[in-house]
Design a protein around this ligand. Structure first.
Ligand SMILES: [Zn+2]
Length: 212
């Protein structure tokens, strides 16, 4: 099992930890700051002992990292992990922007159904099951999201069930939401948000979220 430090210290970009398992180019670490894709948030990029990580996957309570070449270390060694912070921070901002937008949709439009979400480095998106065009709703949601961002609200993150690795984020007086992603400390870190509709076919509406 790897201790998932990216939850407890989401701003940590460098870490020394022990190697627990090596199988060919795949390894597991005792502790990790390197996020593996989950809940729509893409994996980090970075290196372990200067070897690029080409894949990070969740497996049970652990995370398996596939290295670009054979490990230059053995089980029990201490290795150095370094993540691409520019990418991770962008993912954290776009992730939390999507969290705010989704919660606002749920609050403002009671019957709206989310059918998918994805966070990448340049934008995030939420897909809804909806017959009508979502465009007329976007200005209201964008304004309300920007208000929450500009209020510089503190975001709490914690375990709801530590043994099962269940996490949540919470903004006092706004929402508490289960999520296993990495979260910002304050809403103001997101910056300026803008929303755009994308046509993805009948009965579905996609909202794309950009920040700058
Ligand atoms: Zn989240």
């Amino acid at each position: 099992m790897s201790e998932k430090l990216f939850w407890i210290e989401p701003y940590k970009t460098e870490l020394d930890s022990k190697v627990l398992v090596i199988e060919d180019n795949k390894i597991e670490l005792s502790q990790t700051i390197f996020y593996a894709q989950s809940g729509g948030q893409e994996s980090d990029t970075g290196t372990i002992n200067n070897i690029p990580v080409i894949k990070a996957e969740k497996k049970d309570n652990s995370i398996i990292y596939t290295l670009a070449s054979s490990p230059n270390f053995k089980v029990g060694d201490e290795v150095h992990t370094s993540i691409d912070w520019k990418r991770r921070y962008q993912l954290m901002k776009l992730h939390f922007a999507a969290e705010l937008v989704l919660e606002l949709f749920y609050k403002e439009y009671k019957n709206i159904q989310k059918i998918g979400a994805h966070i990448s480095e340049d934008k995030s998106r939420i897909d809804f099951e909806l017959e009508e065009n979502i465009s007329p709703l976007l200005a209201n949601i964008q304004t309300k999201a920007q208000e929450l961002i500009d209020k510089d609200l503190p975001i709490q993150s914690d375990f709801s069930d530590k043994s099962k690795g269940k996490r949540f984020w919470k903004i006092e007086g706004f929402a508490q939401v289960p999520c296993g992603g990495t979260h910002l400390k304050r809403t103001s870190e997101i910056g300026k948000i803008s929303l755009k509709r994308k046509n993805i076919g009948k009965g579905k509406e996609r909202v794309e979220i950009f920040i700058n």
